[in-house]
Design a protein around this ligand. Structure first.
Ligand code: C2E
Ligand code: MG
Ligand code: MG
Length: 728
């Protein structure tokens, strides 16, 4: 009998060996709009099930070939067979076997004789219940799938009995086995990262107290030590009289999100090259430290470090080498400020948590919060300088990099990050000007000097066009003969507004602004020109010495520039002397040797100026093609009063003699000093005792006066004309 599909209630499999029973069942069910398929025994029942997938099965217990229990059990094992309602049809005599029916997976049972009037209602009811169960299973399945996708699990904590029920998914999320995490809340807490436990407990306590849901992020540490970041969201279920009964919640694995967050944080607050905190991080950290310092009445120090001549390495060796250098420096610095060391050295009780940041380029800061002694800041700076004395190997070459530091203190030098930074920068600046490779504490006085420096800088730019520069000359005299053997050209700047500006003040500015390059070229040309003119006028100035700044030396092309100056003025290289300081020689030693050798081959005399003030002085005298050692005036000053200065000067003279170099003492002002130098075998002298640096015209007079007499005379017996020139 064909029925319209919309009326169809479902397909029922009727398995019974009794044909009459099957027929009656079919008729009853078909009247209620069910469709029916039949099976006369257990084996056929299985085949029909596979073929038709009925919505419900009526299974006679006793059948030939395979009994109802076995059929039931087999269907339950089949794909999709777990949920189909199976109704066992059993005689009353089999009532004791009902227990078995359930064991084999039956859903329900009907006893024979069947009450036909109620059969279809019963079937409909069971089928609906089956549908509901299936729908529930499906939604559970979907939930599990959704949770798997979201890396989520849920739990239910019976607070009264302390029983936690974890969903399966939780055990995929937590790196913990099912058997290890037991049902108590304490067991769960023992897997929470120790640093997060307090937070989790507080969140739960708050939720209980405020009757509000909570959300907390924490880490779970598995048995193998693996960490997972999770987010818990939960709420409390309260019973009568507001007692908390249960807590239900979800757990989500947020490790990926955390990783991304960490990455974003890393990018925003850390320097990609060195991994150190960046300017932004430094600012936040310092602001926090300042707040703490204000609250607790502590002091705080900010050290600002700028590498000396980093730009040079970057420009000459390329950015990769520059980057490598910065990373190594970062390691050095990190090493020098390691809190434990600092504390150990200072013997301070409280740890001084120094923290290092890179502000950009070659600028670093070291924050010393909670400063017990101002000395601690100095100690850190000293340790950094010490550490930087180690050579740094880059691309197979060794480099010596120095740094200059400025230190500003809270509250004395400023109460804000900006002000402290600005003042530490100013102090750093002074460290640079005072010979670099050192540190300075900020003083208010420095600020004025910065202002002065700025005005020098702006005016210096016009010196060349405005012809405000001039050269003065100071004689170098041989002690044995009393004769002028050379002159040193010393730069003078007269500015209409500032008056006479000392080279010690404007040369560092010229170096930093790069103006030293054109100015240095001008000095070279002008000195050679003056000397050539004196020669043309029949005078013998001897060696004409020109001071070179390290910047000129490094900017390449020095050899060409010297050659050009000689060629254009017609001065002979044999009579040109170049004065270099120790630091010029030490920086970038290999390249320096190369350039010095070229200058030497041209016949130029090379001298080390201010000898004894730099470091590793002795070693390089042998390695470099030098001719003259100029003993620094600071030693000469006190040779007659300070025994150690006297010893140093004697040692330098001896060393120069041993290496076949000419020794000359700078800044000789008294006859006692001259006598000491003479007695100890110094070759030449230069200083106010002989003459102050004078303009070219006056130097010309001095040379003329000196040459008019051929006789050998003891120093400082200058002729009256010379003395007059000297006193002008
Ligand atoms: P320096 O090359 O060591 O020059 C010696 C300095 O000592 C000169 O100072 C000179 O005037 C001064 N002096 C000479 N005799 C005496 C003395 O008996 N007593 C005292 N107290 N001082 C004496 P100045 O001219 O102020 O130059 C300072 C420095 O500036 C020079 O030191 C040199 O390093 C630099 N400088 C001068 N001219 C140039 C230049 O053309 N180029 C470069 N790059 N640097 C220069
Ligand atoms: Mg000099
Ligand atoms: Mg000198």
């Amino acid at each position: 009998m064909p029925r319209s599909p919309e009326k169809r209630q479902g397909l029922i499999l009727v398995a019974d060996d009794d044909a009459t029973q099957r027929l009656l069942t079919r008729q009853t069910l078909e009247q209620a709009n069910f469709e029916v398929v039949e099976a006369p025994n257990g084996e056929v029942a299985l085949q029909v099930y596979e073929q038709h997938r009925p919505d419900l099965i009526l299974l006679d217990v006793r059948m030939p070939k395979m009994d109802g229990f076995t059929v039931c059990a087999r269907i339950r094992e089949m794909v999709d067979g777990a949920e189909v309602p199976i109704v066992m049809v059993t005689g009353l005599e089999d009532i004791e076997s009902l227990e078995r029916s359930y064991q084999f997976g039956a859903t329900d049972f009907i006893t024979k004789p069947v009450v036909w009037e109620t059969l279809s209602h019963r079937v409909r009811y069971l089928q609906r219940a089956g549908n509901a169960i299936r729908a529930l299973r499906q939604s559970e399945l979907r939930l599990v799938q959704a949770q798997q996708v979201a890396r989520m699990g849920n739990w239910d904590w019976d607070i009264v009995h302390d029983q936690v029920n974890w969903s399966d998914e939780i055990f995929h999320l937590f790196p913990i086995g099912r058997g290890v995490l037991d049902a108590s809340f304490q067991s769960f807490l023992s897997f929470v990262h120790p640093d997060d436990r307090l937070r989790v407990n507080t969140a739960i306590d708050d939720a209980l107290a405020n009757k509000a849901p909570y959300l907390v992020e924490h880490r779970i540490v598995g048995e193998d030590g693996r960490e997972v970041s999770v987010e818990q969201q939960a709420e409390v279920v309260f019973g009568d009289n507001e007692t908390p009964l249960r807590m239900i919640g979800t757990v989500q694995d947020v490790s990926d999100r955390k990783r991304t967050e960490r990455k974003i944080h890393q990018l925003a607050y850390f320097d990609a090259l060195t991994g150190l905190p960046n300017r932004e991080h430094f600012r936040k950290q310092t602001e926090r430290a300042l707040r703490d310092a204000k609250r607790n009445g502590h002091r705080l120090a900010l050290i600002f470090l700028d590498l000396d001549d980093f730009k040079y390495i970057n420009d000459t060796l390329g950015h990769d080498a520059g980057d490598e250098l910065l990373c190594k420096i970062a390691d050095y610095l990190q090493h020098s400020i390691r809190a434990s060391d600092v504390v150990a050295k200072l013997g301070a009780e409280d740890a001084c948590q120094a923290s290092l940041s890179r502000l950009g380029g070659d600028e670093f800061t070291i924050l010393l919060p909670d400063l017990q002694e101002i000395e601690a800041a100095a100690k850190v700076a000293e340790r950094i300088l010490e550490q930087l004395q180690n050579p740094i190997k880059i691309q197979g070459k060794e480099f010596f990099v120095t740094g200059s530091m400025g230190i500003a203190l809270y509250p004395n030098d400023g109460e804000s990050v900006d002000l402290l930074l600005k003042n530490a920068d100013i102090a750093m600046y002074h460290a640079k000007q005072n010979g670099r490779n050192s540190y300075r504490f900020y003083t208010a006085h420095m600020e004025e000097r910065v202002q002065l420096r700025l005005s020098i800088e702006s005016k210096l730019k016009q010196t060349l066009e405005k012809e405000e520069l001039d050269l003065h000359y100071q004689a170098k005299v041989e002690i044995g003969t009393g004769r002028i053997v050379g002159v040193e050209a010393l730069l003078r700047w007269h500015n209409p507004e500032m008056g006479q500006v000392s080279p010690a003040r404007f040369i560092p500015v010229a170096e930093e602004t790069g103006l030293i390059v054109p100015i240095g070229e001008w000095v070279l040309n002008t000195a050679c020109q003056h000397a050539k003119t004196w020669r043309q006028r029949g005078l013998v100035p001897g060696n004409v010495a020109v001071n070179l700044s390290s910047h000129q030396f490094r900017r390449g092309g020095l050899v060409e520039k010297v050659s050009q100056a000689l060629a254009s003025t017609g001065w002979d290289a044999q009579w040109l002397e170049l004065e270099l300081t120790e630091s010029v020689i030490m920086e970038n030693a290999e390249e320096t040797i190369h350039v010095l050798n070229q200058l030497k081959e041209m016949g130029i005399t090379l001298s080390v100026d201010d000898f004894g003030t730099g470091y590793s002085s002795m070693a390089y005298l042998k390695r470099f093609p030098l001719d003259v050692v100029k003993i620094d005036q600071s030693f000469v000053n006190d040779i007659t009063t300070d025994a150690s200065d006297a010893t140093i000067v004697k040692a330098i003279i001896g060393l120069a003699r041993g290496l076949n170099l000419t020794s000359i003492a700078e800044g000789v002002e008294t006859e006692q000093q001259l006598n000491f130098l003479r007695q100890n075998g110094c070759d030449q002298v230069q200083g106010y005792l002989i003459n102050r640096p004078v303009p070219a015209e006056q130097m010309e007079q001095l040379l003329r006066a000196e040459q008019s007499s051929d006789e050998k005379r003891p120093l400082p017996m200058l002729k009256p004309e010379l003395k007059r020139a000297n006193n002008r």
